[in-house]
Design a protein around this ligand. Sequence first.
Ligand SMILES: [Zn+2]
Length: 147
Amino acid sequence: MNKGKIKWLSLKNKYGFVTDEEDKDYYFYLTEEIIKSKIDIKDIVEFETFNHKKGIRAKNLKILEKHSVEKVKCPNCSELMVPRLVIEEKNDLMGTIKKLSICPYCEHQTMVLEESEIENSKIFSQLLFLFFMIMITIVFVYEFILN
Ligand SMILES: [Zn+2]
């Protein structure tokens, strides 16, 4: 028995990838039984491997631990899905990162804005704080030392 974490899955095309503890990815077919178990990204699973003509694959997956994350509603099919990162795209001077997610139900690409926005505003306020500290230092040096 191998232990791994669900990396990606497509409920539409009924397949997925599981990453084992050695960081190796295995393809698996989504059987009706696995779908019924409400398997999702980042769930910890137990699985068996077998030789397929296209390489070693995973089968008989069993969920050991459900990964609880806040689900988002797909704007295309309205199903609740686990946001998963597909691409990152830096798009403006502030370095806003666009995160795209693919819905496992309809495979529609959905924009998910996560921590990046918060992080950027954090960096911005830190820079602003640093700027004021420098200004205060300059004023202090000018007023009390040079005079
Ligand atoms: Zn969808």
